[in-house]
Design a protein around this ligand. Structure first.
Ligand code: COA
Ligand code: MG
Length: 290
C-alpha cells in the first residue's frame, strides 16, 4: 500500500554505470532514486553497472530516500543476471520496464518470493507501452505492486505521436494510470522532461502533473530537483488553509454541526481528510530532509 511516510516528489534516474553519479546522489535533495540498469546503460556496460549498483546499495548511505533499481526487461538477455545481483541487496523496490500485463508483474513477484532477502521488496511498473496503459488496472492490482512510473518518451514513440506543450498526446494515458494507481493505493509518478536545463518549462509541467494528482515527477538531472520538490510540496498558503479547515470543522462539530463554512466555502469531512493528508505530507517531507 501507499507509504504515506515517504514523499516521492522528485525521483531521479541515475545511470548505474556512472560511479560519480552514484556517489553524488548521496548528497542530492531528491526524494527517491532510480538506479538504472536499463536504457541509461550501454550493452557492454551492463555487467559493470549491475556490480556498481549492488555495491553502492550495500556500502553507501542514501538516508531515507526511496531507492529502486530499474532492471532490464524479461525480453532481454540481462534480466535474470540483474535480479541475481540485486536481490542480494534487497532494494525498497524493483522497477520493471515495459510492463504490458499483470502476468509480467506476477513473473517478477514469483522470483522475489523465492528470495527471502527480498521479502519486503516491492515492485514498481514502467507504464510506457500502449498495451500496458490499456491494462493499467490489472497491473495495479498485481502482487507486490507499490508504484507506477510513466514512461512518456517510449509512449510517444509507440503512439507515433509528438511531444506538444499541453501534452494532449499522453493525457489519456496519464489519466488511466492515475486512476489505476489511486484505485489500488499506489504511488504514481509522471514521466521525464528531456530538456534538463529548461527549468521554467519543467515548473509548468510539474504544476500540470501535481494538479492532475501525481505524487511527483521522474527526473534525469540534478538541476531539475529543486523546482520539482518545490512544486510538489504543499505551499505555505496550502498549509495555512488546511489548518484553518480543520479548526473550522472542529468548531462546527463542537456545536453539533456536520458542515462548517470558511471564507464562504463549505468544509465537509472530505475536506478535513484532504487537509490531514496534506499535513502528513508536510511531516514526511520534513522527515526526509532532516
Ligand atoms: N544523477 C546523479 N548525478 C548526476 C546525474 C544523475 N542523473 N546527471 C548528472 N549528474 C551529476 C554529474 O555526475 C555531475 O557531477 P559533478 O559535477 O559533481 O561531477 C553533475 O551532476 C553535473 O552534470 P552535467 O555535467 O551537467 O551532466 P552530464 O553532461 O554529465 O550528463 C546526462 C547529462 C543527461 C547525460 C546525465 O544527466 C544523465 O545521464 N542523466 C540520466 C539519464 C537517464 O538515466 N536516462 C534514463 C531514464 S529517462
Ligand atoms: Mg523506457
Amino acid at each position: 500500500m501507499l507509504d504515506t511516510a515517504k514523499p516521492y516528489r522528485s525521483v531521479l534516474y541515475m545511470p548505474g554505470s556512472k560511479e560519480r553519479a552514484l556517489e553524488k546522489a548521496t548528497t542530492l535533495a531528491t526524494d527517491a532514486i532510480i538506479f538504472d540498469l536499463e536504457d541509461a546503460v550501454a550493452a557492454d556496460e551492463k555487467a559493470n553497472a549491475r556490480a556498481l549498483v549492488a555495491a553502492s546499495l550495500t556500502s553507501r548511505d542514501y538516508g531515507r530516500r526511496g531507492l529502486m533499481v530499474r532492471i532490464n526487461g524479461f525480453d532481454t538477455p540481462w534480466a535474470m543476471d540483474d535480479l541475481a545481483a540485486i536481490c542480494d541487496v534487497a532494494p525498497e523496490a524493483i522497477l520493471l520496464p515495459k510492463v504490458n500485463a499483470a502476468s509480467d508483474i506476477a513473473r517478477l513477484a514469483d522470483i522475489l518470493d523465492q528470495r527471502p532477502a527480498c521479502a519486503a521488496t516491492g515492485i514498481w511498473a514502467m507504464m510506457e507501452t500502449p498495451m500496458g496503459i490499456l491494462n493499467a488496472a490489472e497491473i495495479a492490482a498485481a502482487p507486490r505492486m507499490r508504484g507506477m512510473v510513466l514512461g512518456t518518451n517510449d509512449l510517444v514513440k509507440d503512439l507515433g505521436a509528438r511531444h506538444t506543450e499541453g501534452r494532449a498526446e499522453v493525457m489519456t494515458s496519464l489519466s488511466l494510470c492515475l486512476l489505476a494507481a489511486r484505485a489500488y493505493g499506489l504511488v504514481c509518478v509522471d514521466g521525464v522532461y528531456n530538456k534538463f536545463q529548461d527549468t521554467e518549462t519543467l515548473r509548468t509541467l510539474c504544476e500540470q502533473a501535481r494538479d492532475m494528482g501525481f505524487d511527483g515527477k521522474t527526473l534525469i538531472h540534478p538541476a531539475q530537483i529543486d523546482v520539482t520538490n518545490e512544486v510538489f510540496a504543499p505551499s505555505k498558503a496550502d498549509i495555512t488553509l488546511a489548518n484553518r479547515q480543520i479548526a473550522a470543522f472542529d468548531e462546527a462539530e463542537a456545536k453539533g454541526l456536520g458542515i462548517a463554512v470558511l471564507d464562504g466555502n463549505i468544509v465537509e469531512n472530505l475536506h478535513v481528510a484532504s487537509a490531514r493528508k496534506l499535513l502528513a505530507k508536510v511531516e514526511a517531507i520534513r522527515a526526509i530532509a532532516g
